[in-house]
Design a protein around this ligand. Structure first.
Ligand SMILES: Cc1cc2nc3c(=O)[nH]c(=O)nc-3n(C[C@H](O)[C@H](O)[C@H](O)COP(=O)(O)O)c2cc1C
Length: 356
């Protein structure tokens, strides 16, 4: 299988602003804007800045509250696939929202539109109202993963062009197969997020890359080394993390920017409290990040990428050396800080990696 392009150093991705913001809802220069136009322009600029991937998270209702706009994932990915040329387009996908055959067909179509740049990020849901208010099933945590595992096994085979016959508890397929499949590789790549034992097992069994929310280097290194010990067929699993860098000319300026982000976060307290009340309490990822509460939809400040340009670049390299292959970036204001990161930090990371 052709995997992502080889290069020295980590790949960088961005979180599309599907909720309209990556951090505070109250930033004076960055009010929530989840519009297609904003997201399209953001991704086009990211591509021109040399960002490798965009993750389009999936929620059909904004978890900050249904008074906020929310970008739809798969239709946006299809449109991005047509508008862009190089950037990898990663769509998050929650099994209960689509029959696996319907989703696999859409995945193969976006793979064709993008000419081999579509990937999926398997996520097994945590936000209850999105499901319950629509009458979509939301069984207990481990049952969701049993369903999700059966779902992902079907999807993985179908997107590889296999003829699938399955007589499972949830899905029954009888000699089902899709054409066309990818002309560019064996199949679209499969990422997964989630830290429960069920998520780890599925990631090792069925995925190419395991994503984590932002957390300190020691935790990331320990988790990667434990994952590497698990038996697995095929190419080694690769690893990714979500990060919210505060890179500035000097360390005090970066600290000041981070403090401001936490101050703004306080203004969102009511909204976040409601979000937590509406989350499945069994979700392990939430328990992990509650130990190092941070800013960002992926708890990105947990990685500690706050400092001067040189310091942040070195810390990123430390994560890379621990096994992180892709870093999913969040910023606020997104466009301005993404530009700064691409201009100041990415070249430093490339330089440090080329010195090794
Ligand atoms: C990089 C990353 C992206 C994620 N994107 C989404 C998403 O788009 N939608 C969603 O509902 N959950 C998303 N999640 C959340 C988890 O997948 C969620 O916590 C999941 O249900 C895992 O539960 P677990 O930790 O108990 O295994 C994401 C997680 C990670 C690490």
């Amino acid at each position: 299988m052709t995997s992502a392009k080889k290069r020295i150093g980590p790949r960088f991705g961005i979180w599309a602003v599907v909720y309209g913001t990556s951090a505070s809802l109250n930033h004076p220069e960055d009010p929530p804007d989840a519009s297609w136009t904003r997201n399209r322009n953001l991704v086009l600029e990211a591509e021109s800045l040399g960002i490798d991937s965009v993750l389009v998270a999936q929620h059909i209702v904004n978890p900050f509250g249904d008074e906020f706009d929310q970008l739809e994932t798969l239709t946006s990915c299809a449109a991005l696939a047509e508008r862009t040329e190089k950037i990898e387009i990663i769509a998050a996908i929650k099994p209960y929202l689509f029959h696996p055959a319907v989703f696999a067909k859409m995945a193969l179509q976006i793979e064709e539109i993008s000419q081999g740049r579509f990937s999926l990020n398997f996520v097994n849901a945590w936000y209850l109202p999105e499901f319950r208010k629509a009458g979509i099933p939301f069984p207990p945590h481990d049952e969701r993963y049993v369903y999700g595992g059966e779902w992902l096994r079907v999807v993985r085979k179908l997107i590889a062009g296999e003829r699938v016959t399955v007589d499972g508890d949830n899905f029954k397929l009888d000699g089902y197969r899709f054409k066309p499949t990818s002309k560019w590789r064996e199949r679209p790549l499969i990422y997964a997020g989630g830290e429960s034992e069920a998520a780890l097992k599925l990631s090792v069994e069925l995925c190419d890359t395991w994503f984590m929310f932002g957390q300190p280097l020691e935790d990331i290194a320990r988790k990667i080394s434990a994952m590497r010990k698990r038996p697995r067929k095929g190419a080694p699993l690769t690893y990714g993390v979500s990060a919210f860098p505060f890179a500035r000319p000097s360390q005090p300026e970066a600290e000041e920017a981070l403090a401001y982000a936490f101050e703004l976060r306080e203004k969102d307290k009511k909204v976040y409290d409601a979000l937590h009340r509406n989350a499945d309490p069994e979700v392990v990822t939430s328990k992990v990040i509650s130990k190092v509460p941070g800013v960002g939809v992926g708890n990105g400040t947990g990685c500690g990428f706050t400092g001067s340009y040189d310091e942040v670049a070195q810390r990123i390299v430390n994560f890379y050396n621990a096994g992180i292959e892709i870093i999913l970036l969040e910023f606020q204001p997104f466009e301005r800080e993404m530009r700064r990161f691409a201009e100041e930090v990415m070249p430093r990371v490339a330089r440090l990696c080329s010195l090794k």
